[in-house]
Design a protein around this ligand. Structure first.
Ligand code: PLP
Length: 439
């Protein structure tokens, strides 16, 4: 493991890079949450990573609990994945023609997630959900889509709408640039509220193409579906001829070998029609997918009329990384992820409890998050009622001690199978000292 140097004296190289970056990149970053907007301070520019550890431009090392926001389930530069990527790259970077690696990756996904009969590879989770929605609209001939407040499905116009409460809030765009017409086709409902879903379908059932939901939400912190919620969504959508799209971009191949579906099982009322995947299945490279029932997927070009395409879709290097990652995700890997999650959640419970820091941990498989509030979190309103200022102080207390948490209190703490006992112990000690500091 790297020499571990906690630092009190700032991050000069990162600050210099941020100044340069801001002159040529909006906000200096290529994805907003990287800017440390909600916690303040200077985002660290990274130079290299191995296993559970990151190293930044100032030469400081950190135990990584961001994991590239999900993909790095095996830790960084895993030898098997590195070898697969190197071999694939040596054979050609991109052909724009079909390759066996795409078939292998698709077969692996279909083998693991039983209701998925056909799968189309794309390059990001956003593309996966965008294409799944288009396909659902094409298949049903309807336009409206139901999503849940607090669920993130990428920056698709129709899915950025998220605010709203009450029966069936007709979404207003959250972002300038999203036309009101796009948001008007989006019905935003509170999560875990089947009554709200029933009422929305009673009102507009014949217009609704699909309900899209995070299989187990991780983007408002971890908020598991209440018992019967997924089952209810399947029942209601089936009654009204709408599709159910289960977004497993985050949970896929992480919550279990078969994602959230592997933990919860196929609901008694039936499996979702479509699934979206990303993150782990790309092994840190741009690969994602959507798939589902053969009958629905047959609507997709070139078999059917719903258009969807991509210059780099199924890229051979990304497919090699994804395949090697999935193949290396053995039962031992999932067992280790659980052990690491057990150790870290126990440390939070213990240290926060002893120092009187109000908190709530929620978890699905090894995916967990820490809310800076007490009491069960069932939806986005609950999730937002937390002490974000105190989280910001905790984040920086941890960062100073060489632990890089996600810079937002609405994110999962992403563990990897490379988090060995030394990495875990570093985090556990940092949690204890940081809890004392913010108490
Ligand atoms: N869906 C879910 C559940 C996600 O967590 C994310 C990303 O965080 C996305 C979709 C979008 O994926 P991407 O960032 O690869 O576009």
């Amino acid at each position: 493991s790297p020499e571990h140097t906690p630092y009190p004296d700032g991050a000069r190289a990162s600050e210099a890079l941020l100044t340069r970056a801001r002159k040529v990149v909006p906000g200096g970053v290529n994805s907003p949450v990287r800017a440390f907007g909600s916690v303040g301070g200077t985002p660290r520019f990274m130079t290299r990573a191995r296993g559970a550890w990151l190293e930044d431009a100032d030469g400081r090392s950190y135990v990584d609990l961001v994991g590239s926001w999900g993909p790095m389930i095996l830790g960084h530069t895993h030898p098997q994945v590195l070898q697969a990527v190197t071999e694939a790259a040596a054979e050609g970077f991109s052909f724009g023609m079909p390759t066996e690696r795409e078939v292998l990756l698709a077969e692996e996904i279909v083998r693991r997630v039983e209701p998925v009969e056909r799968v189309r590879l794309v390059s990001s989770g956003t593309e996966a959900t965008m294409s799944a929605i288009r396909l659902a609209r094409g298949f049903t001939g309807r336009s409206a889509v139901v999503k849940f407040a607090g669920c993130y499905h990428g920056h698709v116009d129709a899915l950025l709408a998220s605010a709203g409460s009450g029966v069936a809030t007709f979404g207003l765009p959250d972002s300038p640039g999203v036309p009101a017409s796009a948001a008007a086709e989006t019905i935003v409902l509170p999560y875990n509220d089947l009554g709200a879903v029933e009422r929305a379908f009673a009102e507009r059932g014949s217009e609704i193409a699909a309900v899209i939901t995070e299989a187990a939400p991780g983007n408002m912190g971890v908020v598991p579906p209440a018992p019967g919620f997924t089952e209810g969504l399947r029942r209601i959508t089936a009654q009204h001829g709408a599709l159910l799209v289960s977004d497993e971009v985050m949970t896929g191949f992480r919550a279990s070998a078969a994602g959230w579906l592997g933990l919860e099982g196929v609901p008694a009322s039936g499996a979702p029609d479509l699934f979206t995947f990303g993150k782990v299945m790309g092994g840190g490279f741009p690969a994602a997918a959507f798939g589902g029932r053969a009958e629905v997927m047959a609507m997709l070009a070139p078999e059917g009329p719903v258009y969807q395409a991509g210059t780099l879709s199924g890229n051979p290097v990304a497919a090699a990384a994804g395949l090697a990652t999935l193949q290396a995700c053995t039962p031992e890997v999932y067992a280790r992820l659980d052990e690491v999650a057990d150790a870290l959640t126990a440390a939070v419970t213990d240290s926060f409890g002893r120092h009187g820091v109000p908190h709530r941990i929620q978890r699905v498989g090894s995916m967990f998050s820490v809310f800076f509030r007490e009491g069960e979190v069932r939806d986005y309103d609950d999730a937002r009622a937390q002490d974000t200022e105190r989280f910001g102080r905790f984040f920086h207390a941890m960062l100073r001690r060489g632990v890089h948490l996600p810079p937002s209190c609405y994110e999962v703490w992403f563990v990897s199978a490379a988090h060995d006992d030394e990495a875990v112990q570093t985090v556990v000690s940092a949690i204890e000292e940081s809890a004392a500091e913010i108490a």
